[in-house]
Design a protein around this ligand. Structure first.
Ligand code: NAD
Length: 478
């Protein structure tokens, strides 16, 4: 279904994110027939360039990062007709009047801030000052949203001077992933799971976001943040919220975000011995973190594993284990809900005991799998075995269906539709920082250095111990 006609201005339109994600995503929505006649996409950045030059850049980006979406001849040319470019200085006066003149009256206006957060305030102020934005316009802001609670509050306050909260779309692209939304469909669209979705039946939950890449090209930036700020405070916490939250009364922005906020506020402080920080070490064969970061003494973590508790009626006593890291054995993101053992085995100890595990795979191969226990086929008596009920989206939807949309595609279209459900609200972000800050301060005060781990491993041994001590085990990263 096409959205209403819109003007979308991408500040930082010549940047890495715009070329790799935003523009190819918009092109795929165009191919899917979702882009209405009259839509306009304007790149705006400091780089001197004209419309034709920017269109060439967009075409190149789509060829390189289009994700193999087959588009018949001529479609790209049609898409490029929607594209324009305006040189603008976020910190000065140049280009703003010209940019305004390009916008159409009466259309939805969205302004994507694909620039560093230090420019958010300048852009917001000029959008108002030069009359480009009104009370219906939308602004989209990228991560990182702050470096800690103080800076996040300051960013929220700056944006709030110019825009209402209902106009601000804070992107966490994990929320745009198809499986993440499916998690809500599975929880709240079936009767099977929700009665079991609590401490009585769930032994523990594991959330893993494992990457094979290092910090390579962006080591300087990453070294100032680390895995806790770059991944846990936003992406992993958002996933935790969706797993742990109470059913909202409606699938509406504030109903969903209110419930997520309650989860963050119910998180206990994390005990120091429930956190393991790590840093990858290539032993001279591959680059180590410190080489990638360009600081031989860096104590920033490229891996983190932690155990936390959501202290409320539903989850009392059920631990949530979170881990994420770079240069690990495989690229795998998943949430595993590990249910408790059946209370009594009628088949005796020899039959073996098995647990139901619901796995939600975010990447690669988005899908879900439910491990169920059945009888091992054959004449060997009553022995039990686990088999997966597997639903990979690619298989379930069939080869003719449209491919699973990328998170950015979905989220940008939600901006145009004016749907904030999958975007973070200001108070959510602040609550997440309020939980994260003392953890970071704790290890800074204790002067703790991260533990080294081998490139291509599953993280430091201490992270295995974190589970082992509790009689549990991380799922293999495959
Ligand atoms: P980038 O450095 O590649 O691009 C920055 C863009 O901002 C360029 O187009 C540049 O011309 C423009 N710009 C800089 N100063 C300007 C000014 N004064 N006036 C007008 N334009 C100006 O950065 P990026 O990697 O595209 O990242 C953009 C934002 O997105 C950052 O906040 C980053 O943290 C965030 N982000 C990036 C990625 C990614 O994969 N690249 C992922 C998540 C979030």
């Amino acid at each position: 279904i096409p959205v209403d006609p819109f003007d979308l201005v991408i500040f930082g339109g010549t940047g890495d994110l715009a070329r790799r994600k935003i523009l190819p995503g918009l092109f795929r929505r165009f191919c899917a027939g979702q882009m209405p006649e009259g839509a306009q996409i304007i790149g705006a950045a400091r780089t001197e360039m004209d419309d034709a030059g920017f269109r060439d850049m967009v075409a190149e980006a789509i060829r390189e990062f289009g994700g193999g979406r087959s588009c018949e001849d001529g479609t790209l040319d049609e898409f490029l007709k929607l594209i324009g470019y305006q040189v603008v200085d976020a910190k000065g006066e140049d280009g703003w009047k010209e940019l305004k003149a390009r916008l159409n009256d009466g259309l939805i206006r969205a302004f994507y801030f694909s620039v560093g957060p230090s420019l958010f305030g300048d852009l917001a102020e000029r959008l108002r000052h030069f009359g480009l934005a009104d009370d219906d316009s939308r602004v989209v802001v990228e991560k990182p949203f702050g470096h800690d609670l103080k800076t996040a509050r300051a960013l929220n306050a700056t944006l709030a001077q110019h825009f209402d909260e209902t106009q601000i779309y804070r992107i966490d692209h994990y929320l745009g992933k198809e499986t993440v939304q499916n998690l809500m469909a599975v929880r709240f669209g079936n009767v099977l799971f929700e009665p079991l979705w609590n401490a009585q039946y769930v032994d523990h939950i594991q959330i893993t976001v494992a990457e094979t890449v290092g910090v390579g090209g962006r080591g300087g930036y990453y070294d100032k943040s680390g895995a806790m700020r770059d991944m846990v405070q936003n992406h992993l916490m958002q996933l935790l919220c969706l797993i742990a939250m109470e059913p909202p009364a409606r699938f509406e922005p504030d109903a969903v975000r209110d419930e997520k906020l309650k989860v963050i506020r119910a998180l206990d402080p994390v005990l120091p011995h429930h956190i393991v920080r790590g840093q990858y070490d290539g032993h001279g064969v591959e680059p180590s973190y410190r080489e990638d970061a360009g600081d031989p003494r860096s104590t920033t973590e490229s891996f983190i594993a932690l155990k936390c508790h959501v202290s409320n009626w539903r989850w009392a006593g059920t631990p949530f284990y979170l881990r994420t890291g770079k240069k690990l054995r495989a690229r795998a993101s998943e949430i595993a809900v590990v249910f408790k053992d059946a209370p009594h085995s009628i088949f005796g100890a020899d039959a073996g005991r098995h647990r139901n595990i619901l796995t939600i795979r975010l990447q690669p191969n988005e899908g879900m799998e439910l491990g169920v226990t059945i009888k091992e086929p054959g004449p060997g008596g009553m022995r039990l075995v686990d088999v997966p009920l597997d639903m990979s989206f690619a298989d379930a939807l069939g080869p003719d269906s449209e491919e699973v949309p990328d998170a950015y595609e979905r989220l940008i279209m939600d901006v145009i539709r004016g749907n904030q459900t999958l975007f973070m609200r200001g108070d959510e972000v602040e609550a997440a920082w309020a939980w994260t800050d003392p953890i970071i301060e704790g290890w800074q005060n204790r002067g703790e250095a991260p533990k080294p781990y081998d490139v291509g491993s599953s993280g430091p041994d201490d992270s295995l111990m974190l589970m082992h001590r509790d009689g549990r085990k991380w799922r293999d990263i495959r």
